[in-house]
Design a protein around this ligand. Structure first.
Ligand code: GLT
Ligand code: MN
Ligand code: MN
Length: 385
């Protein structure tokens, strides 16, 4: 099986390598090593593989061990035609990060988190990664008695400014992509939604290097419309990476196969990415059901990619549909005269606008056949059109 490389379908080592552990149960699958995971991704026709430092190199590995593992992994990637577009740091598993990494109350832990990230950036650069993701898994609190939230933002900014300079000084050419999540594993996490990072970025020393990595599940957990979060990032030219998966609204972090829980949202997401020609990696940050064996894990991985491709075809069908296009012309009412006035403020335009005869009763009569439009959309999604 192979998928269009231009779509840049990637999986983290931690996704197809997930062993089925959850807070209530032990693993249900044997652990695969890094080369076996490359083989699995090669089999299913993926474009690339991403990693946290410790998905590949154990936290306590000495240098010869690290170098051996990296060499094996590079061979595994090469043998399977895989690239590594993105790398990141595990700043959440080890006990040292139990109260945060960049936002820890302890200056030495903050320094260790930065040091660990510098080493992980070296590793990523060695593997060819150009995108560096920051998911602040432990950056938060259970009780606001324990940490000053204003200080936390300042500490986070300081760490990122430092690491931007590190990337520049090493000529790594990284783009940083921040990933938001509202809660889990912390009771409350800072930078809860993608918009929080979009607001932080202009306050950084190198805003041009920084963007976001939104994840479907993370915004759905908060009951938000993911498509709108991604649209904001796209419009601001800040969509540097994306984590595709699925999630029932209001539940724990489920990381389901892409499109498996909310196909209608997934359709609009794919349509948005395709209409706006997003050309970064499409990472599936998801894992197979705990019941699956590795044969079924492959079905899971192929399913993520296949669903994306199918929804992409449906988005094209939607764009080509004559009746839909006719409806779009009906609902989007253009008027050159007034648009000229509202495009940019001037005292002249303001005066003319105040004098314009805009009859609210007449305007309210314009037809909005949204039921028809949405039904046609559903018929396309359901394959009836
Ligand atoms: C972890 C998390 C993901 C993040 C990964 C990057 S790790 O699996 O749930 O959403 O993208 O750190
Ligand atoms: Mn993610
Ligand atoms: Mn998730």
């Amino acid at each position: 099986m192979s998928f269009d490389k231009k779509l840049k379908f990637t999986f983290g080592l931690w996704t197809v390598g997930n062993v089925g552990r959850d807070p209530f149960g032990e693993p249900t699958r044997e652990k695969l090593d890094h080369v076996q995971i490359c083989d699995l991704l090669g089999d299913v026709g993926a474009y690339g593989v991403n990693l946290h430092d410790n998905d590949l190199v154990p936290i306590d590995a000495d240098t010869p061990t690290r170098d051996r593992i990296v060499k094996e992994f590079r061979k595994g990637m090469k043998d399977n035609g895989l690239v590594c577009p993105m790398a990141t740091t595990n700043l959440f598993s080890d006990a040292v990060f139990k109260d945060g990494a960049f936002t820890s109350n302890n200056a030495k832990i903050r320094a260790y988190a930065i040091q660990k990230t510098m080493r992980a950036m070296d590793l990523g650069a060695e593997l060819g990664a150009k995108i560096y993701v920051f998911w602040g898994g432990r950056e938060g609190v259970e009780s606001d008695a324990t940490k000053n939230p204003v200080e936390a933002i300042k500490r986070f900014r300081e760490a990122i400014n430092f690491l931007c300079e590190y990337s520049i000084s090493q000529r790594y050419g990284y783009k940083f992509a921040f990933e938001a999540k509202p809660n889990e594993p912390r009771g409350h996490m800072y930078f809860a939604v993608t918009g929080s990072y979009l607001a932080l970025i202009p306050s950084l020393d190198h805003p041009e290097m920084c963007g976001v990595n939104p994840e479907v599940a993370h915004e759905h957990m908060a009951g938000l419309n993911f498509v709108h979060q991604v649209a904001a990032a796209l419009e601001m030219k800040k969509l540097f990476h994306i984590d595709l998966n699925d999630q029932e609204f209001g539940r724990y972090d489920q990381d389901f196969r892409f499109g498996s829980a909310n196909p209608k949202h997934a359709f609009f997401l794919v349509k948005l990415l395709e209409d706006y020609k997003y050309d970064g990696p499409r990472q599936f940050d998801a894992h197979a059901y705990r019941q699956s064996n590795y044969e079924d894990v492959k079905e899971f991985a192929k399913g993520c990619m296949r669903t994306y491709v199918l929804l992409r075809e449906k988005a094209q069908r939607w764009n080509d549909d004559k009746e839909i296009q006719q409806l779009l012309r009906t609902i989007n009412v253009e008027d050159q005269m007034v648009s000229k006035l509202t495009k940019k403020f001037s005292t002249g335009n303001a005066k003319k606008l105040l004098e314009s005869p805009l009859d609210r009763v007449e305007l309210a009569k314009a037809p909005l056949p949204y039921e028809r439009l949405d039904q046609l959309t559903m018929e396309i999604i359901m394959g009836a059109r």
